[in-house]
Design a protein around this ligand. Structure first.
Ligand code: PLP
Length: 354
């Protein structure tokens, strides 16, 4: 496999490349035409993920965005709304898909680091107002929270929200792109998270290291309907068992090891906090994502990202003064050491004002 051009690539956990063993599993996958429901490997993956999350059925999609948008589409009719936090991937990073593809509007609450609180959802929801206002049909929860910095959501808050939404006839969808990170960090069984939601999407192509794929889970009836919408959205696939085999391999080999990513992220956070305590809140580093407030060390995020890249460490600006670092399968201890060396050096030496 070609060497990466970076000493540490912390841009995203979507960058992982399939290992030789994963590629072998893909090459050997038994396949069929999935549009006709004939791919045994895909069926096995859908059933396995549904089982893990305590749901009846699953549906493989090419991306997390499609899985989320199918979930949204199921619960919200055109002209109704979904509610979520202002940093949620569904509202912030899916390019307005709910509005464009499904005629759905969105309203948001502001949260601290994406942390979900039942009362935020409850106070924003509008139900039972007849033809006068937009009716809330869905609450979105993201776990872990990406732009919040890998925040693990409290099961207690989710359960409280579930009780309220059930009473008010509002559905709940979990964007679990990184639910496996939340599970290994919190010890909460996947099924305990899963059963609180009408639908859950999980990504295989982030920390789990598969090249492509997500799975949406829900009731048998809901997944049958989503299968039709997936085809309508252009996501009907043929011999996709080749991709599903990578997902099955990832579930067998790459779940428990997510704790290594979490430990490396924390080690780097501690090293940076030692240099500029205001730049990193170590206590908030719960999983594989670290947000560095580079402004606290006199940097703009753009200048910091450029300087780190010059020194071989790729990072991502998430605001004018904040940079995101993401640990994953392809960043080992040596890569983490290199990142610490570069990032602490930069934090110590703010650029001189022009
Ligand atoms: C929280 C979250 N949800 C959904 C997605 C969408 O996944 P995809 O890039 O596969 O569409 C992402 C992607 O980074 C994400 O971070």
């Amino acid at each position: 496999m070609a060497e990466r051009p970076y000493r540490a690539d912390l841009l995203s956990d979507t960058l992982t490349r399939p290992s030789e063993a994963m590629r072998t599993a893909m090459a050997r996958a038994e396949v069929g035409d999935d549009v006709f429901g004939e791919d045994p490997t895909l069926r096995a993956l859908e059933e396995r993920v549904a089982d893990l999350l305590g749901h009846e059925a699953g549906l493989f999609t090419p991306s997390g965005s499609m899985a989320n948008q199918l979930g949204v589409r199921l619960h919200v009719r055109p002209g109704e709304e979904l509610v979520g936090d202002s940093l949620a991937h569904v509202v912030r990073a899916e390019l307005g898909a709910a509005a464009v593809l499904s005629g759905i509007s969105s309203r948001t609450w502001v949260s601290e680091r994406g942390r979900f609180r039942a009362e935020d959802a409850a106070s924003l929801m509008i139900t039972g107002v007849g033809p006068y206002q937009v009716c809330t049909a869905l609450v979105i929860v993201e776990n872990t929270h990406n732009f919040g910095g890998g925040t693990v959501q409290s099961l207690d808050e989710i359960q409280r929200a579930r009780a309220i939404t059930r009473e008010r006839g509002v559905a709940m969808h979990l964007d679990g792109a990184r639910l496996f990170n939340a599970h290994v960090a919190s010890g909460v069984p996947l099924e305990d998270y899963g059963r609180e939601f009408d639908t859950v999407s999980v990504c295989l192509s982030k920390g789990l290291g598969a090249p492509v794929g997500s799975v949406l889970v829900g009731s048998t009836e809901a997944m049958a309907e989503s299968r039709i919408w997936r085809k309508r959205f252009g996501g009907g696939m043929r011999q996709a068992g080749i991709l599903a085999a990578a997902g099955l391999f990832a579930l067998d080999h790459n779940v428990e090891r997510l704790t290594d990513d979490h430990a490396r992220a924390r080690r780097a956070a501690e090293a940076m906090a030692e240099v500029v305590p205001a730049a990193v809140d170590v206590g908030s580093v719960e999983t594989n994502i670290v947000i560095v407030e580079v402004a606290a060390a006199g940097w703009s995020s753009v200048a910091f990202v450029a300087a780190a890249l010059d020194a071989g460490v790729r990072t991502y600006a998430v605001g004018p003064g904040a940079v995101r670092l993401v640990w994953h399968l392809d960043v080992d201890d040596a890569g983490t050491d290199a990142a610490i060396e570069v990032l602490t050096r930069l934090l110590r030496a703010a650029p001189t004002a022009a």
